[in-house]
Design a protein around this ligand. Structure first.
Ligand SMILES: [Fe+2]
Length: 457
């Protein structure tokens, strides 16, 4: 039996109402002639014959779903049932559409939240195409952004497209390239017949491209591709355009954050170098300590956040020397106890300088504790073992090694092998044995390759 008529037969009150209008003589047959409703017993033995002569069809979307007979009002009853079923269909479509819209709005809200939380342009791109695929089914998805330096479009995220990571595309070339120029979202459901199409690794039959637009500027494009059956619809394009709007804003935010961070780091390094310039004999010390420290950090598999903390703390480890008088800091003769006492205050000065900038909070332990000793005989607080921040334990090794190997006006620097031996000798006393092992490991083979290769990362 047709599903529509099955549903209608379950509508007890409504069915009764139609039957009443037919004076209780309503008879309904399915398309095969089987009587499915006949409470008045109007069908009798010759129901099939009556269908032939009197039945009126109920037609829905061009398809006969049942026939109505048994009453002189059969034509009106058939029309009424048709109208009831059609209204039902519309209601169902409306509910389906509302549910689908609700789902889309939810997903869009999710995307917006997730995108806003991401501060790396590539993370934003990856997230955007993953989330888009949840809403718009496709076989391939990619995002390209305009690279100001090269003047090309660069692929920064892709799924299933077969595009080489970091591949570049000429602006204006291919369908995506032309969307960048026109700034208008497009659906091309027959890619093979589009003259702009440049065949790629993946066989794409239908393509949908939406520009990443920020105010009047187009910064890139999101592409969705289907290889098999199924064309993209205007609804899907509308959805993709809504996503690109959020994505463009998130990418711009991430880029601004990057620029801000870069400017901030440049200021930090400039500050570190300015401090160093007070003592010309220590030229390059901060940079080298930073390189040794970061190499140790990598050897110890520190995560990105810890490496960042290490980088800043190493750059700023002697910032407190600002508070030490020139007559003491630059003195080449033997220091008096009082002068030593003044020098030993620089880690504390460092904390006092950095504590006013919230961002430096996590960096302070590395700066303040870089002269603490593993055996507890260091300064300023005499901390011991793991009480000392790992970042400070790392800087201590890099700092000492560089101090030993650098020429000073009153002595020549030690040979590399001698300095490394000294570091090894002090393992467990001045230095953390784990950090020492990682540092010595860097020099195995042909010099400190890890440091020199990765310097400036
Ligand atoms: Fe220091």
């Amino acid at each position: 039996m047709n599903a529509n008529i099955k549903r209608f037969l379950k509508k007890g009150a409504l069915l009764q109402h139609v039957d009443d209008l037919c004076d209780g003589s309503l008879l309904i047959m399915d398309t095969s002639g089987t009587v499915v409703y006949d409470p008045g017993g109007m069908g009798g033995d010759d129901a099939a014959g009556r269908v032939e002569s009197q039945a009126h069809p109920v037609v829905l979307a061009g398809e006969t779903v049942c026939r109505v007979a048994g009453t002189p009002k059969a034509a009106a009853a058939a029309a009424l049932i048709t109208s009831i079923l059609a209204t039902d269909d519309e209601k169902r479509d409306l509910i389906r559409e509302t549910l689908s819209k609700y789902r889309e709005i939810n997903l869009l809200y999710d995307i917006t939240e997730k995108l806003a939380a991401s501060l790396d342009p590539r993370d934003v791109a990856e997230l955007a195409i993953h989330e888009t695929l949840k809403m718009v089914p496709a076989d391939h998805a990619s995002m390209m952004v305009f690279d100001d330096k090269t003047g090309y479009l660069q692929v920064i995220a892709e799924i299933g497209s077969g595009i080489e990571p970091k591949a570049v595309v000429e602006v204006g070339k291919g369908i995506s390239g032309s969307v960048i120029v026109s700034g208008k979202a497009e659906i091309v459901n027959d890619v093979g017949n589009d003259t702009r199409h440049v065949p790629g690794a993946a066989r794409i039959r239908a393509l949908m491209c939406a520009p990443l637009r920020l105010k009047d500027r187009v910064m890139g494009v999101i592409n969705m591709g289907r290889s098999g059956e199924g064309s993209f619809t205007a609804e899907e394009l509308k959805l993709l355009s809504a996503i690109t709007l959020q994505t463009a804003a998130a990418i711009e935010n991430a880029r601004l954050y990057d620029t801000l961070k870069e400017t901030f780091l440049t200021s930090v390094y400039t500050l570190a170098e300015t401090i160093e310039m007070r003592d010309p004999y220590t030229g390059g010390h901060t940079k080298r300590v930073m390189e040794y420290s970061l190499a140790i950090g990598r050897a110890l598999a520190l995560d990105e956040e810890e490496q960042e903390r290490l980088r800043l703390a190493a750059a700023l480890h002697d910032v407190g020397k600002i508070g030490v008088r020139d007559s003491v800091l630059l003195k080449t003769d033997k220091l008096t106890d009082e002068e030593f006492g003044e020098i030993r205050k620089h880690p504390q000065h460092g904390e006092n300088i950095l504590k006013y900038i919230k961002y430096f909070g996590p960096v302070i332990p590395g700066v303040k504790q870089h002269h603490e000793r593993y055996d507890g005989r260091g300064y300023p607080d005499g901390l011991k073992g793991d009480e000392i921040d790992l970042i400070a334990r790392i800087i201590a090794v890099g700092d000492s090694y560089d101090a030993m190997t650098t020429d000073r006006p009153y002595r020549r620097g030690l040979e590399q092998a001698v300095a490394l031996e000294e570091i090894r000798r002090c393992s467990g006393a001045q230095f953390d044995p784990v950090v020492v092992a990682a540092f010595l490991g860097l020099w195995e083979g042909d010099g400190c390759l890890t440091c020199t290769e990765k310097a400036g990362e």
